[in-house]
Write a protein that binds this ligand. Structure first.
Ligand code: SAH
Ligand code: F3S
Length: 463
């Protein structure tokens, strides 16, 4: 008798890096249960949408994708099974089951370790009510998920902290991801070692509020993010370190010192400020002023002069006046960001800001968004142009659009295309693929709004 072919799964990931990390862990879990990864939903027996709830647009995408996927389903076998994971699952779980009857499983971000049990239930015809897992179990999912099995690539995410206690009035994260929780340092360092042994050269430590990281080791000593970064920095095959996303309030002096003392810590920080107006920051419950933000940045720049900054902004928060918006533009001009995201305020059900008076009309939001994005784009282009002529260490992460090109990322998070002559490893095959996953030195030749073009500088490996 021929053995049954292994069932196949496909995961589509939306939203933040944390979802990307979780999708990797889910893939490991399924791999350990005899599943294999499919190349597309069409080839899969199980399709998982790992969803994002942060803004209305992100959440609505899920329902349209579910509609498309339902068409794939074979009427008799009811395959592929459809599962919704991530933050939309957590926030709208039972409603999804009502609104999208084609969905077989709903599983919140803290319950991924229960997936095998839910899939068994599905095989055995469990009732719909038994196919929803939205619990926040007292023990961490990290203790119950298997170690990573699938390769994570040259730049690997590593979740060190999850959840958020800050309760910014616009944000769903505290409800979808729950209270702040930091993983023990030993567990993180062991995972970092495995990722590096598996070929990673860059590690990105993740948390919704990552700089609030705080945990005790087995000896009862306490660790903050700076200490954790320093410990990982010592691992010899770690070439570059990043962390995201930070809150300005938790940008401590020890963390600023880490930017001065740890050369592998990339000279780039994503530090969301949301608004430049104090009244808006207060209404958002950000708990700092624009001046405090500026002061933190000054300190950071004094510690590491080449640090580049990125941020998030929300325009059209309830009650935001033209003057408030002008304060945001002023802050952007003063700080000069290398990169930033700007969003229109999206009223999310259940958050305090959704109920606030003086909601800003949609046209006003659109106008402000366009103006802010215009300014941010100018700054990004100017930042990119300043790189021209310099040599950067580029981590090669993939192939470029044209033959012989490779794509990578520099220390300042710029996307860099390296043209021609990348076959520096000298094996003569001309495709340069052998260099993927390595760090090379390249001279920046030209800059555009979204990235840089470079040519290989010396040899091929900066190591
Ligand atoms: N933990 C991060 C942000 C998480 S959400 C922090 O401390 O800031 C990522 C970004 O989405 C936020 O920084 C914010 O700019 C944006 N965002 C979150 N909720 C939003 C909403 N309701 N409307 C518009 N943008 C929002
Ligand atoms: Fe959201 Fe504010 Fe936390 S933006 S993730 S509640 S710091």
């Amino acid at each position: 008798m021929r053995p049954e072919p292994a069932p196949r799964f496909f995961i589509r990931t939306y939203g933040c890096q944390m979802n990307v990390y979780d999708s990797g862990r889910i893939a490991d879990l399924l791999g350990g249960q005899g599943w294999r990864a499919a190349d597309s939903p069409e080839d899969a027996d199980l399709v998982i949408l790992n969803t994002c709830h942060i803004r209305e647009k992100a959440a609505e995408k899920v329902y349209s994708e579910l509609g498309r996927l339902a068409l794939l389903r074979a009427p008799r076998s009811r395959r592929p099974w459809l599962a919704v994971a991530g933050c939309v699952a957590q926030a709208e779980g039972r409603e999804i089951m009502r609104r999208a009857p084609q969905v077989d499983l709903v599983i919140g971000p803290q319950a991924y370790h229960r997936l095998p049990e839910l899939l068994d239930g599905l095989r055995n015809g469990a009732a719909r009510a038994g196919r929803v897992a939205l619990d926040f179990p007292p023990e961490s999912k990290f203790d119950r998920l298997p170690e990573e099995m699938m390769p994570r690539g040259a730049s690997a995410y590593l979740t060190v902290q999850e959840g958020c206690d800050r309760l910014c009035t616009f944000c769903v994260v505290p409800y979808t991801r729950g209270a702040e929780f930091s993983r023990p340092p030993e567990e993180i360092i062991a995972e970092a070692r495995r990722l590096l042994d598996g070929g990673a050269v860059e590690l990105v430590l993740l948390g919704q509020n990552v700089n609030a990281y705080g945990a005790c080791d087995g000896r009862g000593e306490s660790w903050d993010l700076a200490r954790l970064l320093a410990a990982i920095h010592e691992l010899p095959s770690c070439r570059r370190l990043r962390y995201t996303t930070s809150h300005p309030l938790a940008l401590s002096d020890s963390l600023i010192a880490a930017h001065r003392d740890l050369p592998k810590l990339a000279p780039f920080l994503h530090l969301p400020v949301q608004s430049g107006a104090d009244s808006v920051l207060a209404a958002m419950n950000r708990r700092h002023t624009a001046r405090q933000y500026r002061e933190r940045i000054e300190k950071l720049r004094a510690a590491r002069s080449d640090i580049a900054l990125s941020s998030d902004f929300i325009v059209g928060f309830p009650g935001e006046t033209d003057d408030n918006f002008a304060d945001t533009l002023r802050l952007v001009r003063d700080i000069d960001f290398a990169h930033a995201y700007a969003f229109k305020f999206s009223a999310r059900p259940g958050t305090p800001a959704a109920e606030m008076p003086n909601q800003v009309p949609e046209e006003k939001k659109a106008e402000r968004l366009a103006e802010l994005q215009g300014l941010l784009a100018e700054q990004q282009l100017a930042f990119n142009q300043k790189s021209v002529g310099g040599v950067q260490e580029i981590l090669l992460v993939g192939r470029g659009r044209h033959e012989g090109q490779l794509k990578g990322r520099g220390p300042w998070m710029q996307s860099v295309v390296i043209d021609g002559g990348v076959d520096g490893d000298g094996d003569g095959d001309g495709d340069g693929d052998d260099n993927l996953g390595r760090i090379v030195c390249a001279r920046i030749q030209s800059a555009g709004p979204h990235g840089l073009h470079a040519s290989l500088e010396t040899g091929f490996d900066a190591r």
